[in-house]
Write a protein that binds this ligand. Structure first.
Ligand code: PRX
Length: 653
């Protein structure tokens, strides 16, 4: 064991021996206590009482480092400031209009301390929630780290969500403080972020203070005794705040994500297990070392940004790049020009972004010397072999391996992926290859047996792993139901998958009512509820339609209330209604007006039928029908819907 662990992670070279990978994997599952204790020792702990791995009788079936004490901000900052990394660059930041900022670990440490001191001054204590609604500016990681420094729990809400969605998340987490900005720039246009907060706060009761970061010099409305300019208050702050000594299971953040009901799920991560998982996966998957300049293009408002823009890179002492704007502004070579300028060595992005660049053409990348790239990554949705090959050839110059990383908001970090930090297996375009150490992944059939090679099934994780969510905020019952009831005792991912003859995992997309739109997770029922909240809508069904770039786009079917008739204006009004409630990321591509929705006798909407009509597939192509639907009934519903669409009721105006 000792011998093997010495090579883990290398952080120097890509280890050539695949047997090492296999042996480490086996040992991680056979002896999780020694394995994770060893991995945890890379980090700083105030106390190490009791086991690293503490089995529990109920979900998530283990608590990690429950009685160990640590602080993530200490590990991400103070630990480096006490070392030669003090003046190493933590973040290079670039705004869309070309502004630049460089923050060393020491700079970041000072900013985080001041922010933490301010949070304490305004009454935030350990366990309090703060909502962060910010664009991609350095103050975003700074405010997250300030929160975890004092044991407060952050809930970052992605800037693409609108007022209603923001209010819902503030209410669910009962946040006392909102951190926001006076604006941001996207494709050259100013976005008034603060206005969204003002609108949201009309529907909340818990927020006492709003801290506003000056970013855009935009004239915003400041409400007395509620809204404060961050730069004014922080001038009174202390330069050092002692980090809270937190239990391993203390919640560090809530991140809302979509599930199969209308209400988003408050995925809650702990402190010790999450920190170890972020640090471990960052090293094993990206083989990151001190010479790297690393860029994960995800917005921090999603889990990828939490773990691989903020916590993973800072825990490992890496230098990262942060970019605020659009990928193709002012020209489609914006990314490639920045990769050349900063000498970026590791690029981690989404298949949607790759397909967008592919559509723009490789000539934009060819204008720049991007041979500095040595590892490429993708996440968030399955990558089609065509996009994989384009990425490999034109961006990686056929020498940089692609790490196709499968994971979820709930898993805290990467679960299935090539692992160049350990040993690089031969890659197969479109496969995420093998599970990481500690991840006991399998593919189950509907009736809970391990699927045979090449048999499609559902991805499950059979043992607890350190990065697991610890609960759903305020809803432990939903936590158990969502993840541990489909197959008792086993974590259910909600994804289709297949394991091939060589044991490689292929992830095939969601098995539930969740869409992946440009890599973003969007609940169809959330959209349906939002549509029904409009006075014209009696009923609605939302499905995902295949899209060559975004993978899926939402399409809505709507039955109107008496007194309303279909019109192009109403269609636009309903699309805008979604934009203004949930946000532009969820806007349906189109809306079809129909007189009724296809339903089973028990009243359940037959989404697969709608999907088949929209995709112009025959009903025979729909794999499984809802249990209680007879083939005859389904066929009739299919024909009726098709006829209605052909009659032109639903055709886009
Ligand atoms: O369907 C899978 C897909 O994204 C889902 C998780 O979404 P979210 O919680 O928003 O987290 C995204 C970033 C980690 C999964 O259930 N997914 C994620 N990565 C991949 C993927 N599908 C295929 N291949 C991947 N590499």
């Amino acid at each position: 064991m000792e011998q093997l662990l010495k090579v883990l992670p290398t952080s120097k070279n890509i280890h050539p021996d695949i047997n090492v990978l296999k042996a480490i994997y086996r040992q991680s599952l056979e002896d999780p206590e020694s394995f994770w204790r060893k991995m945890a020792e890379e980090l700083f702990w105030y106390e190490k009482n009791g086991p690293a791995y503490d089995p529990l009788p109920e979900p998530p079936y283990a608590a990690w480092f429950s009685h160990w004490k640590t602080n993530i901000s200490y590990n991400a900052l103070d630990r480096h400031v006490d070392s030669w990394r003090k003046n190493k660059v933590a973040y290079y930041w670039e705004g869309e209009n070309g502004e630049r900022q460089t923050l060393t670990y020491y700079d970041l440490y000072k900013e985080v301390n001041r922010f933490a001191s301010l949070l304490k001054d305004i009454g935030i204590k350990k366990g309090d929630r703060i909502t962060i609604y910010l664009p991609m500016v350095p103050e975003l990681p700074i405010s997250m780290l300030a929160a975890v420094r004092i044991g407060a729990i952050h809930s970052v809400v992605f800037g693409g969500f609108a007022a209603y969605a923001l209010a819902e998340r503030i209410n669910d987490s009962q946040s006392k403080v909102v951190v926001t900005a006076d604006g941001t720039f996207r494709r050259g246009r100013l976005f008034d972020v603060k206005r969204v907060v003002d609108e949201a706060l009309k529907h909340t009761t818990t927020v006492e203070k709003v801290l506003v970061i000056k970013r855009a010099n935009n004239n915003v409305n400041m409400i007395e005794d509620r809204d404060y300019w961050y730069h004014e208050l922080v001038s009174f702050s202390d330069s050092y705040v002692e980090p809270e000594r937190l239990d391993g299971i203390h919640p560090s953040f809530i991140l809302y994500t979509s599930g199969t009901t209308g209400k988003p799920k408050g995925v809650t991560h702990g402190t010790g297990g999450y920190m170890v998982w972020a640090n471990f996966t960052q090293r094993v998957v990206f083989d990151i070392n001190d010479k790297d300049i690393y860029w994960c293009t995800a917005d921090i408002g999603w889990i990828t940004g939490h773990t691989y823009v903020v916590y993973g890179p800072l825990l490992t002492g890496a230098t990262s790049f942060l970019y605020e704007g659009a990928p193709d502004f002012p020209q489609p070579d914006r990314w490639w020009s920045m990769i050349e300028r900063y000498g970026i060595t590791i690029l981690y992005t989404s298949p949607t972004a790759i397909r967008m660049h592919m559509k723009n053409g490789e000539e934009w990348a060819k204008k720049h010397n991007i041979s500095c790239l040595r590892i490429l990554g993708t996440v968030g949705e399955p990558i089609n072999p065509e996009a994989w090959n384009w990425y490999y050839k034109h961006i990686g110059n056929e020498k940089a391996p692609i790490v196709d990383t499968w994971w979820q908001t709930e898993t805290g970090g990467i679960m299935i992926s090539p692992q160049p930090g350990l040993a690089l297996v031969p890659l197969k375009p479109g496969s995420a290859t093998f599970p990481l150490p500690g991840v006991d992944a399998d593919v189950y059939t509907e009736d809970g047996r391990s699927a045979r090679p090449d048999e499609k099934g559902l991805l499950v994780i059979k043992k607890p792993w350190p990065g697991t969510l610890i609960t759903l905020w305020g809803n432990p019952e939903r936590f158990k139901r969502s993840y541990y009831s489909r197959f008792p005792g086993v974590y259910y991912t909600g994804d289709f998958a297949v394991k091939d003859e060589d044991g490689y995992f292929w992830l095939l997309g969601r098995a539930d009512e969740v869409l992946k739109v440009a890599g973003h997770r969007i609940g169809t029922i959330e959209l349906e509820d939002a549509l029904i909240s409009h006075p014209a809508v009696a009923e609605s069904a939302v499905i995902g339609k295949s899209d060559p770039v975004k993978m899926q786009v939402p399409i809505a079917f709507v039955v109107l209330r008496p007194g309303y008739s279909p019109s192009p204006q109403l269609r636009i009004e309903l699309i805008n209604h979604i934009r203004e409630t949930i946000g532009p990321i969820a806007a349906p591509q189109t809306i079809y007006f129909v007189s009724k929705l296809p339903k089973t006798r028990s009243g359940k909407i037959m989404r697969r039928i709608i999907g088949a009509v929209v995709e112009e597939k025959s009903i025979g192509d729909t794999t499984t029908l809802e249990d209680e639907t007879s083939v005859e009934e389904a066929r009739r519903a299919y024909e009726e819907l098709k006829l209605e669409m052909e009659r032109g009721i639903g055709v886009e105006a």
